[in-house]
Design a protein around this ligand. Structure first.
Ligand code: NAP
Length: 296
């Protein structure tokens, strides 16, 4: 079994690699099929996924059984000002991977986002709801989904949300500001599902092992606002800081973001029969990990 992870230096790529190398995580073991696999973990320096011919060549020579594509242009505001780069990485790269996987009879596991939805309805979106993204990030990610779906017969796509793992993310930013300033203001009118990279990687491996090809939603259970989320983890971290709510209008960003982008993991429940943990459990474990690492 040969596994390729792209975007291996990112939050999700790092965690997938860790679980495959360590044989599991706190939630459970890596499925048998992937144990003792050869894992090739690459990022931009090794292969630029926007280079069609390089991707084709890499897949042809690699003899991989499955590719986990964790690479993306994830800077949501950056996508607005660098539309072409966003399109290349979020849409064309998955297309090139899909074509190369089809040619080499390789499975492709691609990752997408809750931002494919506009966030105008206040119930969690299922896999059969119709996307209508409102940002360049969401639009380019949705184009990537379609390219994968239309060009590769052995595909999985998982849409996740509000991801945190290793490296830079919302949790670490808020913790730093709270510690430095003793006060942090966070938007209280955007709702979603905070999701741990540990939980996402674990469920992706289970899906790849036993679920039918197709589209999945994959987020920790439960819906909250960014403010609710921040309040919870600042308290768990034991930081003596005030967490204050504000509105999106009071904290303008270059990108229009969905007001309610929660996802329902319907396909996962119906096929594998699995549930993600509640987001509160997952963030507790993450904060404990930061404490143990001494990086809090
Ligand atoms: N982060 C979130 O909150 C969130 C929410 C919903 C969905 N997602 C999706 O989840 C997946 C994983 O996200 P993440 O947070 O782990 O991402 P991440 O930490 O930003 O990592 C993405 C990786 O992809 C690499 N990359 C960028 N352009 C590339 C290219 N042309 N060729 C090869 N590699 C390239 C990046 O390298 P550089 O750093 O050098 O650019 C980076 O190492 C993505 O598909 C993302 O859209 C994320």
């Amino acid at each position: 079994m040969r596994i390729l992870i792209t975007g291996a230096k990112g939050q999700l790529g790092t965690e997938l690699r860790r679980q495959l190398e360590q044989g599991g995580c706190t939630i459970g073991e890596v499925p048998k099929r992937f144990r003792n696999a050869t894992v090739v973990a690459i990022d931009l320096e090794e292969l630029d996924l926007t280079d069609k011919y390089a991707v084709k060549e890499y897949l042809r020579n690699g003899s991989f059984d499955i590719v986990f594509n964790c690479a993306a242009y994830t800077n949501v505001d950056g996508c607005e000002s660098h539309r072409e780069d966003a399109y290349r990485v979020n849409a064309l790269a998955p297309l090139f991977l899909a074509e190369a996987c089809e040619k080499t009879e390789t499975q492709l596991f691609h990752v997408s986002t809750d931002y494919v939805f506009p966030g105008t309805e206040e119930t969690p979106r299922t896999e059969y709801d119709v996307p209508c993204p409102i940002s360049v990030y969401g639009k380019t990610k949705y184009a990537g989904e379609l390219y994968v779906r239309d060009n590769c017969s052995r595909y999985f796509i998982i849409r996740t949300a509000w991801l945190y793992g290793s490296g830079k993310n919302f949790v670490r930013t808020i913790l730093r500001v709270a510690k430095e300033k003793g006060k942090v203001t966070v938007v209280n009118d955007q709702f979603g599902n905070p999701t741990s990279a540990v939980d996402l990687a674990y469920h992706m491996l289970k899906i790849a092992d036993s679920a039918p090809y197709g589209l999945y939603h994959g987020t920790n259970n439960g819906v909250c606002s960014w403010y609710d989320f921040a309040k919870e983890f600042v308290a768990l971290a034991g930081i003596d800081a005030e967490v204050l709510p504000c509105t999106t209008a009071e904290y303008p960003t270059p990108t229009k973001r969905p007001a309610y982008s929660a996802l329902d993991n319907l396909a996962l429940r119906a096929t594998v029969g699995d549930e993600f943990r509640p987001w509160q459990e997952a963030i507790r474990e993450y904060i404990e990990t930061l404490k143990k690492e001494g990086t809090l």
